[in-house]
Every structure is written in C-alpha cells, then in structure tokens.
Design a binder for this molecule. Sequence first.
Ligand code: UDP
Length: 362
Amino acid sequence: MPQYDYLVVGCGLFGIAFAQKQFERGKRVVVIEKRGHIGGNCFTENIGGINVHRYGPHIFHTSNETAWKYVNRFTRFNHFVNRPKVRYKDKLYSFPINLMTLYQLYGVKTPLEARTKLKAVVIPKENPDNLEDWVLSQVGPDIYEIFIKGYTEKQWQKEPKDLPVSLIKRLPIRLTFDDNYYNDKYQGIPIGGYTSMLRKMLEGIEVKLNADYFADKGYWDSIANTVVYTGKIDEYFDYKLGALEYRGLRFEDELLKGNYQGNAVINYTERKIPFTRIIEHKHFQFEDRPQTVVTKEFPKQYHKEDIPYYPVDTACNKKLYEKYRKEAERKKSLLLGGRLATHRYLDMDDVVLSALELAEES
Ligand code: UDP
C-alpha cells in the first residue's frame, strides 16, 4: 500500500489549502515543491521587518464568507485597502477610474456632470467583444490612452483588440469618489506576511522543498494513491500537444531610506516606460520603518524554464487547454488544481475555494 493518500505537487496556495483540508480529515499527505520555499507566488520574504511580496503584490479580497472565514483561521488580516495611483507622463491620477479621476481629467465635480461628460466622449459599440472596444465604449479614447492602452500592451504584449473583455472587467469604473480597487466585502494583508499564514496552514504536514516531481515522476507517483498536481498542465504532458502561453515577470528591488512613493502601488501606464508598476512593500503593513523596499515590475516574454505568472486567455490557449484537460481526466489517480493546472487567471479567494471544493469531493 502506498505510504500516502495524497501527493500534492506544488506548495502554492492551492496545494497548501488542499493539503491542509485533507490533513485535517486525517488523510496522509505529503507536499513537494521544486523551489526552495513554500507559498508559490504568494511567498513573502521578510527583509528587516518588511514583508516583501517576492512575486508581485498579493492583496487578499473576497465577498465569499467561506473563503474569508477559512483564511482567518490561520492569520489576522490588517485593514489594507488597495488604492493604487496611476502615473502617466508627469501627472498622478486617482485610480481605478472614479469621480476624482474624472475631476482631474475633465474638471467634472458631480456624478451627473461626469455621466454627461462620459456620454459625450465614449465611442459606442454594441456588444464590444475585445478589450479596446469595450474600454472605448465605456470611457472614450482619452481615458483609454492614459490608463489602459500602454499598460495593457506592456503587460500582455498583445494588441488590446486581441484581448478578451474579461481581463479589463476586473477593474471598476465608478461615478463616486470610492477609489477602492476591489468591490469585495473583505480585503486585507495577513499580519506577519503571507509566508507566515501559509506556514500555519501547513502545520503538521510533511513538505519536501527543492523536490522536482519530473526528475523522478515514477517514484513520486508510487508513494501515494492520488497525485494532486498544481503545476503547468502542458508540462505534465511534456508539451506533447504544444505549449500554453503565459506572461513572465522580472522584478528589480531597491533597499532605500525613508518613504519612496507614499503608497503601496503606483502604476506606470506609459508604453515607453518598461515597467508596469512600482511596489513599496512597507505600505502594505502600516508600520513605518526607517528603511523601505521598492520593487519595479517588468513584464517579459515567458520561456519554458521561467516562473509562469499570468496565463494568457485566448481562444487558441483555451482550445489547447481543453485537450490537455481531457487527457488528464482519463488518469484515474490524478487531480488538477490552481492557476497553472487549470490555466486560469485566479484570484486568491477562488484558489482557496476551489482547493476546499476539490478536497471535499475527493
Ligand atoms: N490595467 C490597465 N491599467 C492599469 C491597471 C490595469 O490597463 O493601470 C489592465 C491591464 O490590462 C491588466 C488588467 O487591467 O492586465 C487587469 O489588471 P489587474 O490589476 O486586475 O491585474 P493584476 O496585476 O492584479 O493581476
């Protein structure tokens, strides 16, 4: 009889939540991870008391009571609310687009004035089916140029006309002064950092770091009844049907003195600036410190050996993913979950919920 009920491949948020749930139910679980740390891309590294979001900023937000209750079992959350600013040329703007942004652009002071102005500038389109047409039909070309076009081209390295509307519908457009990036009921950052929350979730569970599943797949498969694979689905099948697309990222850190930008996130939306945003990590925490860690985030082309970040949601990728999914379905002792194995752009609450659901079903 195999030693474990579940081998979880990948120690990111999905793998950890799944393992936690099964461990709690008395199952024998082991988690393996090819990197040298837990947490996947949610990993935070403590640098002089500042929890640095090593793989890009992660802000937990949800309206789902189950997800919120679940994560609160392992950490307390602070009252951080994401209110990024946009820098375009020499100006700063309130963001996401709200009444203050429209005041800064057009001088409108009330929701009615704003609505009238937007009506005059939009380029109407019935059923816009791509990102560019949708934005133009909602807010017109000035706002599209300042806030969306350059950032989106940098981020995705595709024409916004070739991108789905779903990508941009994540961002609210409001005719109030509410500049909260999210519409969700709950939001915050784990006090002490994500790594500390994730470590708590893993309490009692066996974790093997620097363990490459593919280096000895036969062995790993033999030690458990079921494999829960959270890595790239195309890699699982050795890319035999082709490679799925991802976007990569590169980060440049600086350790500085004082307060660099006065906010956790400032987006740089100009096309000619190579990074998309600057993160100043200490502003996620509400504890001032003499030092500060500042990270520039550069989108980059993804290569197979790189860390994958954003799955690219195109019709072509969807089709290829479906083929892989069908192959995976035929394997009785294999379960898939998380952003990479499902090739979907998932928020953290969706990751947690889907892991809990899969644990419940299996
Ligand atoms: N976006 C943009 N300008 C911005 C921020 C976002 O055009 O200043 C667009 C861009 O296409 C991006 C999408 O909105 O990919 C979703 O942004 P979000 O902040 O949700 O992405 P995240 O980085 O959090 O995954």
